[in-house]
Design a protein around this ligand. Structure first.
Ligand code: SF4
Ligand code: SF4
Length: 95
């Protein structure tokens, strides 16, 4: 059986340098007001990382544009989300 990691490896990602298409609106909300930090466990591409001091960092390289982080942050509405510009972002199913 093919593992999820192997299937993800077949995708390609074109980075739009300096223009991430998703951002955290207020980092202090993540750090102080969101104890569960569900984005850090629900993102299938592991774009969100829970840091030791409670901060959450976001690196959108490899994002699958699934929209999970936007939906899962409904309590705080702290994710600004849009699709990448044309020609950038995920390219599915190579290899
Ligand atoms: S779920 Fe939303 S508020 Fe909570 S850590 Fe993630 S982005 Fe921040
Ligand atoms: S859209 Fe999906 S893959 Fe992209 S950062 Fe959000 S949860 Fe992760």
């Amino acid at each position: 059986m093919i593992k999820v990691e192997e299937k993800l490896f077949q995708n390609r990602y074109r980075v739009d340098a300096g223009r991430p298409h998703i951002s955290i609106v207020d980092a202090s909300v993540c750090q102080h007001d969101c104890p569960t930090k569900q984005c850090t466990v629900c993102c299938p591409a592991a774009c969100y990382t829970r840091e030791g001091d409670g901060r959450v960092t976001l690196i959108t390289d490899g994002c699958l544009e699934c929209g999970t982080c936007r939906v899962i942050c409904t309590d705080h509405r702290n994710v600004a989300w849009e699709y990448p510009r044309g020609g950038y972002g995920i390219l599915f199913k190579f290899g």
